[in-house]
Design a protein around this ligand. Structure first.
Ligand SMILES: Cc1cc2nc3c(=O)[nH]c(=O)nc-3n(C[C@H](O)[C@H](O)[C@H](O)COP(=O)(O)OP(=O)(O)OC[C@H]3O[C@@H](n4cnc5c(N)ncnc54)[C@H](O)[C@@H]3O)c2cc1C
Length: 241
């Protein structure tokens, strides 16, 4: 794993990704640092003096193979950091410290990788699945992504396109609070019954779980109670969400 370094980076643009999440793009052309899909970075806004408010952590939603840009996908919020981030003009210089974390594919595991996300917790998986697809890697991967409503869904079209191109990747979305009549995928929260529709045995998989504390602890407790062991997975807890 590379040692994290701090880089100055130019903010290029932001694009709406869902009802309450925007993707922020930074120029990567001057940054030599490599990262692994699934890792995160620290954004520092040098124009905020308050040290508690001038930085936050975000998973990198772009793939390492997108060499021109670094992207993060950020949920709207009311903190000073978020207010300043969202009103930032294009071409503003920020500081990015990365690569951070070890929420990356463990390729020594020959089993099916089950990626489970709650809401914006899908961001590291977007980077991971784009990389698997672009490098034409052959892994059995199932993504189960949970969102409360259709308006909150992230990366649906992009991930469905990847699923279509790669028969080893399965992408399933579940809507837990509200869905249209013609919604044909899963509904309700991710639980044992839902997972068992896609894999024959809970204990025979490697798990990657990403999201807020409630999402992670709910799923991790369920899996542990069914005999899945701690070394059969990794978690990325979005502290603060
Ligand atoms: C590894 C990682 C990856 C992340 N990736 C993303 C991402 O891709 N997209 C995204 O939108 N967000 C991501 N987050 C969350 C992000 O860093 C912010 O915490 C979140 O967006 C809330 O920021 P805020 O400024 O709106 O709220 P904040 O002002 O930070 O506060 C939100 C709430 O969390 C509490 N809180 C803040 N920090 C801590 C802490 N260290 N421990 C316990 N409670 C705390 C506060 O007291 C408050 O109640 C990630 C976090 C981590 C740790």
């Amino acid at each position: 794993m590379n040692t994290p370094k701090t880089y100055e980076a130019i903010f290029l643009k932001k694009e709406k990704a869902s009802e309450d999440v925007w993707t922020f793009y930074f120029d990567r052309t001057q940054i030599v640092e490599k990262f692994l899909p699934g890792q995160h970075l620290k954004v520092k806004l040098p124009f905020i003096d308050d040290v508690a408010e001038n930085n936050r952590l975000f998973s990198i939603s772009s793939s390492p193979l997108e060499t021109d840009i670094l992207a993060i996908s950020v949920k709207e919020g009311i903190s000073t950091f978020k207010k300043e981030l969202f009103k930032m003009e294009n071409d503003t210089t920020v500081k990015l410290e990365f690569p951070l974390g070890s929420f990356t594919f463990d390729l020594s595991k020959p089993t099916t990788s089950l990626l489970l996300s709650g809401g914006v917790g899908i961001t590291p998986f977007f980077s991971m699945l784009k990389t698997v697809e672009n490098e034409r890697l052959e892994y059995d991967i199932i993504l189960l992504a949970s969102f409360s409503t259709p308006e909150k869904m992230l990366f649906y079209d992009e991930l469905k396109a990847i699923e279509k191109k790669n028969e080893k990747i399965k992408v399933i979305y579940t809507l837990s609070q509200r869905f249209a009549k013609n919604w044909s995928e899963e509904t309700g929260r991710i639980d044992e019954k839902m997972i068992l529709k896609y894999v024959p045995d809970l204990k025979a998989n490697y798990y990657y779980i990403s999201g807020g504390i409630e999402f992670i602890s709910g799923i991790a407790d369920m899996l542990l109670s069914k005999g899945v062991t701690k070394d059969q997975g990794k978690i990325e807890q979005f502290i603060g969400l």
